[in-house]
Ligand binder design. Structure first.
Ligand code: ADP
Ligand code: MG
Length: 221
């Protein structure tokens, strides 16, 4: 079993949107998937509850309860656990990171978000975790040209030497509307958004499931 933690110290960056979409992507590809919702606002749980079709299981849990949730997930044949965290919850984020095989740091392309990200990155770096920055809510390029805000953000991320996912998630209404009914953009009638999310999953999955030594393998025996 593998664990992806979605983190950002800033609120509204898109943690729940990304966590739900990655969990749904895994589910749609036949993986036994569990969402661990650590955010007291329970947004990820609401998304999963709103879903009519079969979907990922979801548990609400405190940061301190994550380890037990992970062990239980290993025991019940879960392939992927996706942890959705709350903004500013440094301790919970620490717990999630300790248990994660891959951390996703969600950031909007604004300098304020990137400044907050630099602090989060420090925690990730200290724990020596495989991690990737996912830029979210970026304006759609016009005529193939990135908006100046996006260019500036990418330069800032580059300057910080942060690894960035090659797929940038754009500002698209479908990401909101699909999740209202617990569906992924991959299941909604928006081919562009579907392709975007699929591309991100295709890039992330091998990173999350990469062979590596450590307690995950030991737990699997
Ligand atoms: N790529 C996107 N395009 C359009 N709206 C988005 C996108 N990502 C997030 N949102 C919206 O922004 C708001 C905050 O996103 P959310 O995932 O709840 O952030 P967080 O969990 O980090 O607080 C929500 O209303 C969500 O629907
Ligand atoms: Mg959230």
């Amino acid at each position: 079993m593998r664990t992806i933690a979605v983190i950002a110290l800033k609120g509204g960056s898109g943690k729940t949107t990304l966590a739900a979409h990655m969990a749904l992507a895994a589910h749609l590809r036949g993986l036994q998937t569990l969402v661990a919702d650590v955010d007291p606002q329970r947004s990820a749980s609401e998304v999963m509850t709103a879903r009519e079709a079969e979907g990922p299981r979801c548990v609400t849990v405190s940061g301190a309860g994550l380890f037990a949730a992970q062990l239980a997930a290993v025991g019940s044949g879960v392939d992927l656990m996706v942890i959705d965290t709350a903004a500013g919850a440094v301790e919970d984020v620490g717990q999630a990171l300790v248990l994660a095989d891959l951390a996703l740091l969600v950031v909007r392309p604004t300098l304020l978000d990137i400044a907050a990200l630099a602090r989060t990155w420090e925690i990730v770096r200290r724990l020596n975790k495989p991690a990737l920055v996912v830029v979210n809510q970026a304006p759609v390029p016009r005529g193939g040209v990135e908006a100046p805000v996006v260019k500036r953000a990418l330069r800032a991320l580059d300057y910080l030497r942060l690894p960035i996912a090659p797929t940038i998630l754009r500002n698209r209404a479908v990401y909101q509307t699909a999740l209202e009914t617990g569906r992924s953009a991959e299941e909604a009638a928006d081919a562009t958004a579907a392709k975007e999310m699929a591309a991100l999953w295709t890039y992330l999955a091998p990173l999350a499931f990469a062979e590596r030594d450590g307690p995950t393998e030991a737990a699997e025996g």
